[in-house]
Design a protein around this ligand. Structure first.
Ligand code: RI2
Length: 307
């Protein structure tokens, strides 16, 4: 699928989940390189740059998309031969997708070590990294009791409940407003991430920060499950993370409220590091305050300055 089609599927949420949109973007760049007729490196570069812009514009918040695109196109300007450029893009995309898929399994293993037999675990939205932790613990025979929030307005909690149930996990679905009421019975909260800033703040599905506050109040450990490519080199330059705002029709049906009523539909929020126990990554379980070091280690100083 080419970049334009992929971007449309991402924008419309047909393809969603911060890691998955990055993998799909990597595949689309591969297709663009393969689909370019000829071996003119400059022409192919132009096509790839246009594809990059289209993909990055599809959803603004998840840094995984930006990091994925940067990874696939890294070194592009040094290639003089079209065929070599094509092969480089395909190679980079293959490495990125493989690393990303392996990371989810490693996060599952690392995170499952934090869960005990019979733990009650709340999750929010539909994060494959967070679900990997729960299902890995379940496979270890820990008899986990999962609690999935509905996650309005897109109700990704329904996906989560289905996936956990299929994996043999005992799962209870709750509405978002039941979070604080239920939190006192939880042993852990596991959520995903769209972006982790250099100060350790985590940007994830709207409502995540409410889970974190309720967990903090009830002294329940709050874990963020995220691949290292969810960390944002751009925030090291002081850039703020853009919080995507989506259409009001995701919240109300046409005519349900008078047109004078404004509907505000931000789809992500920021959880400050002081409410986060640990971030569970493929390279280990780390405190949120390690974010700066992870960015330097994974992306290098150089990448911070190259757009
Ligand atoms: P994984 C999702 O965004 C949710 O915010 C979820 O927590 C996050 O991506 C991470 O998901 P959306 O695409 O990468 O539903 O862990 O808006 O699968």
């Amino acid at each position: 699928m080419n970049a334009k089609e992929t971007a449309e599927r991402i924008r419309s949420m047909e393809v969603r989940g911060a890691a998955e949109i990055a993998r799909q973007a990597a595949r689309a760049l591969c297709e663009e390189a393969r689909g370019y007729d000829g071996d003119d490196a400059d022409g192919m570069r132009q096509r790839l740059m246009a594809a990059r812009e289209v993909l990055l514009a599809s959803r603004p918040t998840a840094i995984s998309l930006w990091n994925g695109v940067q990874f696939v196109l890294k070194g592009m300007n040094h290639q003089k031969d079209g065929e070599e450029l094509r092969q480089m893009v395909v190679r980079n995309a293959t490495v990125f997708i493989k690393r990303s898929e392996e990371a989810v399994a490693l996060i599952g293993r690392n995170g499952a070590n934090r869960l005990k037999e019979g733990d009650h675990v709340m999750t929010h939205c539909n994060s494959q990294a967070a679900l990997s932790v729960i299902t890995t613990a379940q496979r270890q025979g820990k008899n986990i009791k999962a609690f999935a929030t509905e996650s309005r307005p897109w109700r990704q909690g329904i996906l989560t409940a289905n996936q956990l149930s299929k994996a043999g996990v005992d799962v209870t679905l709750i509405v978002d407003s039941a979070v604080r009421h239920v939190m006192k019975d939880m042993d852990a909260v596991v959520v995903g991430a769209d972006t982790i800033a250099s100060n350790g703040a985590v940007i994830n599905k709207i409502g995540t920060s409410q889970l974190a506050l309720a967990a903090h109040e009830a002294r329940v450990p709050f874990y963020v499950c995220a691949e290292t490519f969810k960390f944002s080199p751009r925030t090291m330059m002081g850039e703020m993370v853009e919080i995507e705002e989506r259409d009001s029709l995701e919240v109300v049906k046409p005519g349900e409220v008078p047109s004078s009523v404004r509907v505000f539909n931000p789809v992500f929020d920021a959880t400050p590091p002081e409410y986060i126990d640990s971030i569970i990554t493929e390279i280990g379980v780390v405190p949120p305050y390690a974010a700066y070091e992870i960015i330097v280690r994974e992306f290098g100083q150089e990448s911070i300055f190259t757009e």
